[in-house]
Write a protein that binds this ligand. Structure first.
Ligand code: UGA
Length: 441
């Protein structure tokens, strides 16, 4: 099937590559000429395991192509996926200007039936706005063409996006059009063979499903972080509590890991956007607001521990920082807890020696040659001459480090672990003072 994808960001590129991989003919369109040029030359702008090789072989096979030509893009696909960005406005609501711009573009060029598929995370009611924007363009052209607007939210996790796309838990489609249902079933058939994962519903419910999923996951995390903070004060161990409650299948083990806060491009943005949507319909989303505020505070917990350790005087102290990305297997630093920690440390007069397996270039791009920040090529280098060690991301290579080496390299043998990577007793045996989240101190 011929498919067009608007937007070659994270979602668009993964969607386009994976659809091409199973045999569809995909044209990815972006207004950013430099980005398209790079993609054509084989450069993938994001780090995502498995993506580069799929892009390479589908391009070579002639099933994946890139363009900036809007007319060509609209004429190519019977399905027109919208996967452009929806950055937060100042008030936390999603900015839909790029989404509606695509809708207008489609309306300006289409000359036969199309299904427009909203893939970006968009507030409830966006499909109606896309419908209206597209219809207005057709009216200008005096055309009576038929089209459907469908909501088909994505549930990809960064770092596992290709696998998530190839083996989805569910494929949610919001539409009332039988014609669109048939086309979407055909597109997703290769991913839907062993059992039916497609869930059809009305458009607004599909739009809300996406926000509800992310808000629920964020709620689990903030809940655990709150209990972890309590555990610290009560002399309990959150790791024991986590196992104790996770064993109840109604709660489950997933997404109940406490830590130094959730980050990324989705949870913070989506929780705020849903709370904003609630406010717009005169409903105060008390729980969502609390989830957000617990998370905001949680990003400063490691700093508070470090500051307390140095009795409030961090001036001139050097903190080795392992992990900058908002989670492992990505170079993405949007809303990363490491950023809040670094800002806190700099404000207090401390210096940071930072290392991340993938996000060094991104750190350089964001902070440049900022005073108080040394970018290190290895985790060992980050330790050299540092007073203490802080950890913000649970990369695999941090799980079993050379503890004797850490003791030898640090001026003070203290580890501040924002991801609960180690057993406290084990670190104490090595002579390290261990601070984690909800585990005693
Ligand atoms: C999230 C969702 O998990 C995806 O299902 C969704 O499709 C995606 O947002 C999206 O809306 O596009 P992602 O942001 O890639 O995916 O990352 P997650 O793996 O969910 O992690 C988010 C944050 O939560 C990370 O900072 C992670 O460290 C934190 N986290 C996660 C915890 O603190 N505790 C946990 O138990 C799990």
């Amino acid at each position: 099937m011929n498919i067009t994808i608007f937007g070659t960001g994270y979602v668009g590129l993964v969607t386009g590559a994976c659809l091409a991989d199973v045999g569809h003919h995909v044209l990815c369109m972006d207004v950013d000429q430099a980005k398209i040029d790079k993609l054509k030359a084989g450069h993938i702008p994001i780090y995502e395991p498995g993506l580069e090789s799929i892009v390479k072989h589908t391009v070579e096979a002639g099933r994946l192509a890139f363009t900036t030509d809007t007319a060509e893009a609209v004429s190519h696909g019977v399905l027109q996926f919208i996967a452009v960005g929806t950055p937060p406005d100042e008030d936390g609501s999603a900015d839909l200007q790029y989404v509606t711009a695509v809708a207008r573009t489609i309306g300006q060029h289409m000359d036969e039936y199309k299904v427009v598929v909203d893939k970006s995370t968009v507030p409830v009611g966006t499909a109606d706005r896309v419908h209206a924007a597209l219809r207005a363009e057709l009216d200008k052209r005096d055309l009576e063409l038929d089209f459907d607007v469908v909501s088909n939210p994505e549930f990809l996790k960064e770092g596992a996006a290709v696998n998530d796309f190839m083996k989805p838990d569910r494929i949610v489609v919001g539409t009332s059009s039988d014609r669109a249902v048939d086309l979407l079933r055909e597109v997703y058939y290769p991913f839907n063979r062993s059992r039916d994962r497609m869930i059809f519903m009305d458009v607004r419910s599909a739009e809300l499903t996406k926000y509800a999923a992310n808000a629920m996951l964020a709620t689990k995390i903030s809940f655990m972080n709150e209990v972890a903070n309590l555990a610290e004060r009560l002399g309990a161990d959150i790791e024991a509590v986590r196992q104790g409650i996770g064993s109840d299948p109604r709660i489950g083990y997933h997404f109940i890991y406490p830590g130094c806060g959730y980050g990324g491009s989705c949870f913070p943005k989506d929780v705020q956007a849903l709370a904003r949507t609630a406010a717009d319909c005169d409903y105060e989303a008390r729980l969502l607001n609390a989830v957000e505020s617990v998370n905001r505070a949680q990003k400063h917990v490691l700093f508070d521990k470090i500051s307390h350790y140095f009795q409030g005087d961090l001036n001139g102290k050097v903190v080795a920082l392992w992990g900058l990305a908002f989670k492992p297997n990505t170079d993405d630093m949007r809303e990363a807890s490491s950023r809040a920690l670094m800002e806190d440390l700099w404000r207090a007069g401390a210096k940071v020696q930072a290392y991340d397996p993938e996000a060094m270039r991104e750190t350089q791009r964001i902070f440049g040659d900022r005073d108080g920040l040394t970018l290190c090529g290895t985790k060992e280098q980050a330790l050299k001459g540092a007073d203490v060690l802080a950890i913000c991301t649970e990369w695999k290579e941090f799980r079993s480090p050379d503890f004797d080496g850490i003791v030898a390299a640090l001026r003070e043998p203290a580890v501040f672990d924002g991801r609960n990577l180690y057993e406290p007793e084990m670190l104490e045996r090595y002579g390290l003072v261990y601070y984690a989240i909800g585990r005693g101190r």
